[in-house]
Design a protein around this ligand. Structure first.
Ligand code: SF4
Length: 93
């Protein structure tokens, strides 16, 4: 099996907007609701906590992949929004 791993796309930030983060973390004590930009996403769509130990574990383990990142930031946002809604327990597709 070939697994295609991308380098993170500059100026994207889709993975810091679409997915929800259920656990509280620094700056977002209620966690991050799906579809809401993280408070640490800066104007250039870079993570302000990237080298910080307070960056959530879920962010540190996320790996870019063509299946979720697509060919553009817009496509990544669409794919990740779809996956987020499809993985909600109350959602049946
Ligand atoms: S902490 Fe950084 S990597 Fe995690 S969602 Fe926020 S901006 Fe993105």
């Amino acid at each position: 099996m070939v697994v295609e791993v991308l380098a993170c796309r500059t100026g994207c930030g889709a993975c810091c907007i679409a997915p929800g983060i259920t656990r509280p973390f620094f700056g977002m004590p209620q966690g991050k609701p799906p579809g809401t930009p993280c408070v640490h996403l800066d104007a250039q769509r870079r993570c302000g906590l990237y080298q910080d130990v307070r960056r959530p574990a879920v962010c540190r383990t996320f790996k870019p992949h063509v299946d979720v990142c697509g060919d553009s930031a817009e496509q990544a946002l669409e794919l990740l929004n779809y996956l987020e809604s499809a993985s909600r327990p109350e959602t049946s597709l």
